[in-house]
Design a protein around this ligand. Structure first.
Ligand code: DAH
Length: 344
């Protein structure tokens, strides 16, 4: 009987001493397990005289009960303690510097293209797209530039074979769309895209650049419509208050042809180093679609007329953002591209 008392107080002391759940588990095994001390007491009962068995058995049961309750109470305490420790250790330290997630930026040329697309779609224009590897037929022939025409010299062309080339201007798409319309009007579209010329690359020239072509064909389309449209575009692209002016020029696919200047957005037309003191900056070529081009594409040039223009997007972006070297657009220097981060 004394042994039971000893085992019990030993077990309770061990429970008391356990500082974590692992230690408590060891105590549980040691005293309450199948091969534990209390089970061993139970087995000893066999060897006792009959009359002592009930009292002994009862005492062992009380001992087992007491130790079990003590273990359970200790387990509950230690679990609560473990949880609290975990909560303390797992606390977020919001003062730690965060990991910045790098995001891309929209390329400035793409920004210009999106702006132009938005403003023309808003006026009911469609957006056309077409091949960069183009037939001589669409790039030159249908644009009123037959073989041996001196205008072919104006554009140094990358030829793939005598009839295939990298398009030198988006005017090739103007021709494809005119042909596709089969003489039916109205036509109202823009065509942005890459073009290629055998130029030596420098601060203002690139062998590949981006243009946006515009084309409107219908009845009673006049040079005044062209001017109003381009003035609207200039105001949207370079800020309100821009004026434009036409200077006579020559393109084989337009008659008359004009070079279009916008009043300098930097000095408001007063004269500065960007506009070289003139107050005007040349931004694009345009004109009335040549009657011969209309006829070649199956239109009755007595009944319908059209205007067209071709604008270089690099030039617009350079003017708008004060970029002085066209090569910046293609070398993908992060320091350059990051300056166009609208979300910074
Ligand atoms: N294709 C011309 C060029 O690349 C630009 C141009 C001028 C396009 C007049 C036109 C136009 O549609 O009417 O220099």
């Amino acid at each position: 009987m004394d042994k039971i008392t000893d085992v019990q107080s030993e077990a309770l002391a061990a429970v008391e001493a356990a500082v974590n759940l692992d230690e408590l588990q060891q105590v549980r095994i040691k005293y309450l397990g199948k091969k534990g001390a209390i089970q061993a007491l139970m087995s000893e009962m066999k060897s006792l005289p009959r009359e002592e068995k009930p009292a002994f058995g009862q005492k062992v049961n009380v001992c087992k009960q007491t130790v079990t309750e003590a273990v359970e109470a200790a387990a509950a305490k230690l679990e609560a303690k473990a949880l609290e420790e975990q909560l303390i250790n797992d606390r977020l330290d919001i003062t730690l510097p965060g990991v910045r997630r790098e995001t891309g930026t929209i390329h400035p040329l793409h920004m210009i293209q999106q702006e132009i697309e938005d403003l023309f779609v808003g006026m009911g224009y469609k957006i056309a797209e077409g091949p960069e590897v183009e037939e001589d037929y669409y790039n030159f022939e249908l644009a009123n530039i037959p073989k041996d025409h001196p205008a072919r010299e104006m554009q140094d062309t990358f030829y793939i074979d005598p009839n295939t080339l990298l398009r030198t201007h988006t005017t090739a798409m103007q021709m494809r769309e005119l042909e596709k319309a089969k003489g039916k009007t109205p036509i109202k579209l823009i065509c942005p895209g890459k073009v290629y010329r055998r130029d030596d690359d420098d601060a203002t020239h690139s062998h590949q650049f981006t243009q946006c072509e515009g084309l409107v064909v219908g009845e009673h389309i006049t040079l005044a419509d062209l001017k109003g449209t381009l003035e609207f575009m200039a105001n949207r692209m370079f800020g309100e208050g821009r004026q434009i002016r036409f200077r006579p020029s020559y393109f084989p696919f337009t008659e008359p042809s004009v070079e279009v200047d916008v009043s300098c957005p930097f000095c408001n037309g007063k004269g500065c180093n960007v506009c070289k003191g003139s107050g005007w900056i040349e931004i694009l070529g345009a004109g009335m679609v040549h009657p011969h081009v209309l006829e070649m594409n199956g239109f009755d040039s007595e009944k319908c007329t059209g205007f067209a223009f071709g604008v270089g997007l690099e030039r617009v972006a350079m003017l708008k953002y004060g970029i002085d070297d066209i090569r910046n657009f293609y070398t993908n220097d992060q320091r350059f591209l990051k300056t166009f981060d609208r979300f910074d």
